[in-house]
Design a binder for this molecule. Structure first.
Ligand SMILES: [Zn+2]
Length: 252
């Protein structure tokens, strides 16, 4: 056995591929202060992550350039950073706040590394080895790997927007650069065309609505509105988290 110390798992041979977001299976008492004291007195192979978010703040246990034993899998341990959302056996509101604090930690890294949160860069422990982790997020956010991942991804995107100082208004994020743009897009697996008017997104239910928008836009701007590429379902989920989609009302 080797007691945990910073650096014990060695330096990562390259840039991290992303993050594994964990639930610690700890009680209300398993705070950052608790882990700060507990880790150095326990075998590192029992597992440790880079960061721990709890009601008393964040404990950074390991430098991001170093690996950590957090997934029971060589790919996960070597190439992914790990964060524990603590007190996952405790009070729901406390746990949800710990999640939110964790999303900010992860969002900071995505901004600093110029990386994009997606299903490849945001991982669950259970994708690497047999475990119930993240048991509490699983119970709260969807009980399916991709649904929980998509929730994490959307929350990280929102945290990134907040860290960049993008205004949050009525629970909607208005990305300034996109807020000025008007365009049409489609979504893989969805029959409809979507119209983003710079503030809101509308799902068009038929060809007549699309013609109405094209025609009115052309009358004002002298050209048809831009069409952007087809989004995949994951991108669409993230988009919806920023700009809730409503079905366009017929006005004729
Ligand atoms: Zn885990």
């Amino acid at each position: 056995m080797a007691l945990f110390y910073s650096g014990i798992a060695g330096k990562r041979p390259g840039k991290a591929k992303g993050w594994v977001l964990h639930n610690d299976a700890g009680s209300q008492a398993a705070t950052s202060a608790y882990y700060r004291a507990w880790l150095p007195t326990h075998d590192a192979y029992l597992g440790f992550a880079h960061a721990y978010t709890a009601s008393d703040g964040t404990h950074f246990a390991e430098d991001y350039d170093y690996m950590a034993y957090h997934t029971a899998n060589s790919e996960g341990n070597m190439w992914y950073l790990g964060i524990e959302f603590c007190q996952s056996m405790g009070n729901e509101n406390t746990f949800r706040q710990n999640e939110q604090d964790g999303f900010k930690v992860v969002a900071r890294w995505f901004i600093d590394e110029n990386m994009t949160p997606n299903r490849s860069t945001v991982k669950l422990h259970r994708e690497f080895s047999a475990t119930a982790c993240p048991h509490r997020s699983w119970a709260l956010h969807g009980q399916s790997t991709n649904v929980v991942k998509d929730y994490y991804i959307a929350q990280i995107v929102l945290a990134m927007a907040e860290l960049k100082g993008i205004t949050v208004e009525k629970e909607e994020i208005k990305l300034k650069e996109l807020g000025k743009m008007e365009f049409l897009f489609t979504v893989k697996g969805e029959g409809a065309t979507f119209w983003h008017d710079g503030h809101k997104t509308f799902m068009l239910s038929d060809e007549a609505q699309l013609n109405m928008i094209n025609g009115n836009y052309e009358q004002v701007h002298g050209k048809k509105p831009a069409s952007v590429r087809q989004l995949d379902q994951n991108e669409y989920k993230v988009w919806q988290s920023m700009y809730p989609v409503t079905v366009a009302k017929k006005t004729w």
